[in-house]
Design a protein around this ligand. Structure first.
Ligand SMILES: [Ca+2]
Ligand SMILES: [Ca+2]
Ligand SMILES: [Ca+2]
Ligand SMILES: [Ca+2]
Length: 340
């Protein structure tokens, strides 16, 4: 799609197939450039053991001032593989802009979501505010969701995305949800969005401490150069959550954002890996632990183990079987919390 072309608003009902392979493009099979605008498309499907690859707008790249539509993918299928690229399967460059896309995931063996681009976002590309909603009753399967793209560099800016992990996975011991607010890697002057990530719920018996059903990363797995993280909110589910406000690996002059880690009753055995306390020499920002929903009114009501200066860890115990290990620069202080 070139120049000022505009895609229509299409509804694709892919029916209820069995063992089918389906690839669907909302607007262009190839690239979108100029001032091309994608339509607002809706994809619906059902049936067992299918393989779906859906591109909300372009199968290839989006460049210049191309703009993605606001697309919706409702997956009512089970036992197959589903991948949804909210805007482009390839790269976004120039001043390309992603739409506000929504993926309501099914109970698939494998679910993969890129809110904007499956490849890179560079130059001045801007990610849309996308939503990934994992299955509320998943019997099996894994979810991998990136709010924006695989890689962000240049002056790319991530959108403010909502990523909700899949719930109900009693017979699994492996990781089920990997939710990343912006990208796998951020470098250059890339900016992360202000994302909200929600861990999955597990109604079954709790898993061992140190094993996780959800990994939540506010910005990227690796941040380097002058990349900046957004101010993200990470919400613990009843499964075990491994929570990173910024990045698993921080290099160069990369800096994280001011994140909030929120806990509700029956949080399981969680870990906060990069708790920022706004201290000089730290690049984790000024983060907070929100215990207001637990009815904790002040610091004295918290059960916090002694800070271990060699591991930099302390454990907050909310109740039997419910705790969070916090990795921080210094011992936790009252100003690190949000109380009710
Ligand atoms: Ca789109
Ligand atoms: Ca996005
Ligand atoms: Ca973020
Ligand atoms: Ca942070």
């Amino acid at each position: 799609m070139l120049d000022h072309s505009r895609g229509g608003d299409d509804a694709f009902d892919l029916g209820s197939n069995h063992d089918a392979r389906t690839t669907c493009y909302g607007d262009a099979g190839g690239n979108m450039s100029g001032h091309a605008i994608g339509g607002n498309d809706m994809f619906t499907m059902a049936g067992p053991q299918n393989n779906y690859v859906i591109y909300g707008d372009a199968g290839g790249d989006m460049s210049d001032h191309a703009c993605g539509g606001n697309d919706v993918f409702k997956d009512n299928a089970a036992g197959g593989d589903a991948t949804f690229y909210g805007d482009a399967g390839g790269n976004m460059s120039g001043h390309a802009r992603g739409g506000k896309d929504t993926f309501q995931a099914g109970d698939e063996s494998s679910t993969v979501f890129y809110g904007d681009a499956g490849g890179n976002m560079g130059d001045h590309a801007i990610g849309g505010d996308d939503k990934f909603i994992g299955s509320a009753s998943a019997a099996y399967g894994t979810s991998l969701a990136y709010g924006d793209a695989r890689t962000m560099f240049g002056n790319a800016q991530g959108g403010d995305d909502l990523l909700v992990g899949a719930s109900y996975f009693t017979h699994f011991t492996d990781l089920l949800n990997m939710l990343i607010g912006d990208a796998q890697t951020m470098s250059g002057n890339a900016r992360g969005g202000d994302d909200k990530l929600v861990g999955g719920n597990d109604p079954g018996p709790s898993h061992l401490a140190g094993t996780y059903e959800s990994v939540l990363i506010g910005d990227a797995q690796t941040m380097s150069g002058g990349a900046r993280g957004g101010n993200d909110t990470l919400i613990s589910g009843t499964g075990n959550d491994d929570m990173w406000g910024d990045a698993q690996v921080m290099l160069g002059n990369a800096r994280g954002g001011d994140d909030t880690f929120t806990f509700y009753a029956n949080n399981g055995h969680d870990k906060i890996e990069d708790f920022g306390q706004g201290l000089k020499g730290s690049n984790w920002g000024t983060d907070h632990i929100d215990v207001s929903a637990l009815g904790v009114c002040n610091f004295c009501q918290l059960d916090i183990s002694a800070f271990n200066p060699s591991t930099h860890e302390s454990t907050i115990t909310f109740g039997s079987g419910n705790d969070v290990v916090v990795h921080s620069l210094i011992a936790l202080r009252p100003q690190d919390f949000i109380f009710s």
